[in-house]
Design a protein around this ligand. Structure first.
Ligand code: N01
Length: 540
């Protein structure tokens, strides 16, 4: 094979999205040599791949940014309240330039295998381009939502028009002008892309299986006063975010339950929350995500809003979520989503009632109708949280069981950071950590900082090998499930529990205890000399 090279580093990092980029920066700052492998041709991860029209972050831009460099946060200015994908990608590129990160990244290389040799305490990592790297530590930053999922609909590949997935969008963009476009999926991606496609297409047909709760984002140009205030007080805002449940400083920390207020007081607060345009809406009362009756009061408010926005009452009824408590599937943030169904060139098909049976050369077929189309957009989501990790054949030399085999009944980690039996392997925002339930950048920073400090500790104490103890892993998995069971989250058939992938084990993937509480636990474990981990001083 051409250009095959083998080299040794202190750490290999898989992925150069926001997690991988910060890991490169942080580990290098502690004097470690690093090599990152990235499947894309540049940095940005999620924001590199998700180039669909309308892609935008659902955390306010002022909070969705790194906090590790005062200079960086002072010099960068966001142009909108919620940043668009192109702007976030420019930010990622700016960070890479500013800190010279690209020199340690091999782009266009997908890691295929990683094997740990306990005799020498080294991981050997191989890529699809034949590159081989060895390192004492392996850090996965492969992304929680980076393996797009295309449902296996019979005849899909016979379609005569163009097929797209929101999570693997063509770099050159797509012109839908005058075309008949079908969109499958009404999660966060579908809800963002549908209004944009409807504006350009001759006709947009939405194939909806489950209606979703979505809030109007009220996106607007960045308020210069807010930007100024943040820049003056970043230290305070960031400190608050670090200890907040969702890693977002502006989210409320409610003390009242929904029934501590009268119906009219609740209605007033919901109206204020609605006009705020922020996912913190579900934190207006402390029991929205744990008490079904409390949840119903908020869900009903949003259902009424949907009925107000959608003119055709039959379409409004189809768009009204009715199978899960509000907030138990990721709540969406939209621009003109529900209003889009008032357009003459948009139609909605209920594929729960009339399932998609096949795709032909001409278009999509349900059990009662054929829909001729020129393009189909799959907004059908991801093999979330574990997909990217398990896409790599990870194993330990001399041991039968690969990581995929160990996790065949669902992922098992201690603190979401390590898994027993796989030494010196760390996960950034892995299963069992708050990750996707938070501002990802807050969670990424917490993990990278914890890991960097841990690696320094290992080096200074001449520890060559670290791994999670089985009993601490078991206890953590139990704790993650117990905490999830105190909430309404398990009531939704969501990707949080793997319900979107046929055959995927139903395990609650993220930790719902909140970033602040989780951070305190991780810090306590470190303070106690990495309690629950085995530290081996035997040099190889
Ligand atoms: O994916 P999803 P997503 N036939 O899995 C439907 C983040 N994100 O890409 O609910 C018909 O949520 C499926 O239906 P159902 C965010 O964390 C953030 O939209 O399974 N329909 C559902 O409607 C988000 O949660 C941002 O019944 C099928 C949809 O496809 C996560 O990414 C923007 C189907 C998939 O929804 C994933 O969001 C975008 C089938 N065979 C994404 N298979 C922001 O920051 C699936 N569906 C704003």
């Amino acid at each position: 094979m051409n250009n095959v090279s083998q080299s040794h580093f202190d750490a290999v990092i898989i992925g150069a999205g926001f997690g991988g980029m910060y890991a490169i920066f942080k580990l290098r700052a502690t004097g470690m040599s690093v090599r990152a492998f990235e499947a894309g041709t540049d940095v940005g991860g999620t924001w590199y791949w998700n180039r669909y029209p309308g892609a935008r972050c659902d955390v306010e831009s002022i909070e969705y940014s790194y906090s590790f460099s005062e200079e960086l946060q002072q010099e960068w200015s966001w142009s909108e309240r919620y940043a668009s994908q192109p702007e976030i990608l420019r930010y990622a590129g700016h960070v890479a330039d500013r800190f010279g990160l690209r020199e340690d990244i091999r782009f266009n290389q997908r890691v295929l295998t990683a094997e740990f040799d306990p005799a020498v305490n080294l991981w050997t990592v191989r890529t699809d381009k034949g590159e081989v790297a060895t390192a004492q530590f392996l850090i996965t930053a492969a992304g929680c939502l980076s393996v797009p999922r295309m449902p296996d609909i019979p005849g899909r590949d016979d379609f005569g028009g163009n097929l797209y997935h929101t999570g693997a969008w063509p770099h050159e963009g797509v012109d839908f002008t005058g075309r008949r476009v079908g969109v499958i999926g009404t999660g966060s991606s579908g809800i963002q892309v549908i209004p944009q496609i409807a504006k350009a297409a001759a006709h947009c047909t939405v194939f909806q299986r489950t209606p979703n709760f979505s809030l109007a984002a009220y996106n607007k140009p960045m308020d210069p006063d807010l930007a100024r205030e943040y820049k003056q007080n970043y230290a305070t805002h960031r400190a608050k975010a670090r200890h907040a449940a969702a890693g977002i400083a502006s989210h409320p920390t409610p003390e009242k339950g929904a029934f501590d207020d009268s119906p009219s007081e609740r209605e007033k607060l919901y109206e204020i929350g609605w006009n705020w345009g922020n996912t913190g809406f579900t934190r207006i009362y402390k029991d929205i995500l744990s008490n079904l009756e409390a949840n119903d009061t908020m869900a009903d408010f949003v259902r009424r809003k949907i009925r107000d926005m959608v003119k055709n009452p039959d379409v409004a009824a189809m768009l009204t979520p009715n199978d899960h408590p509000i907030g138990t599937k990721r709540i969406c943030l939209d621009t003109d989503y529900f209003e889009t169904y008032n357009r003459d060139n948009v139609s909605l098909v209920d594929v729960r009632k009339h399932p998609i049976t096949s795709i032909s050369r001409e278009g999509i077929h349900t059990d009662n109708e054929a829909y001729p189309l020129d393009a189909i957009v799959f907004a059908t989501g991801y093999d979330a949280v574990t997909g990217a990790i398990l896409g790599i054949d990870i194993r330990v030399k001399g041991r039968q069981e690969s990581l995929a085999e160990k996790w065949s009944a669902g992922p098992r980690t201690y603190l979401g950071l390590m898994t027993a039996g796989f030494p010196n392997l760390f996960f950034i925002t892995g299963p069992g950590s708050p990750s996707v339930l938070t501002n990802m950048i807050s969670s990424i920073e917490q993990h990278v900082e914890w890991i960097a400090e841990c690696l320094q500790y290992l080096r200074s104490s001449s520890v060559h090998r670290m791994e999670a103890q089985l009993n601490s892993e078991d206890a953590w998995v139990t704790h993650v499930n117990e905490v999830a069971d105190t909430t309404l989250f398990p009531r939704a058939a969501s990707w949080y529990i793997g319900a979107n992938i046929p055959g995927k084990p139903r395990v609650f993937l993220p930790y719902v205890g909140g970033l602040g509480r989780y951070r305190a636990r991780c810090d306590e474990v470190a303070r106690r000399g990495y309690e629950g981990f085995s530290l081996d001083e035997t040099a190889a």
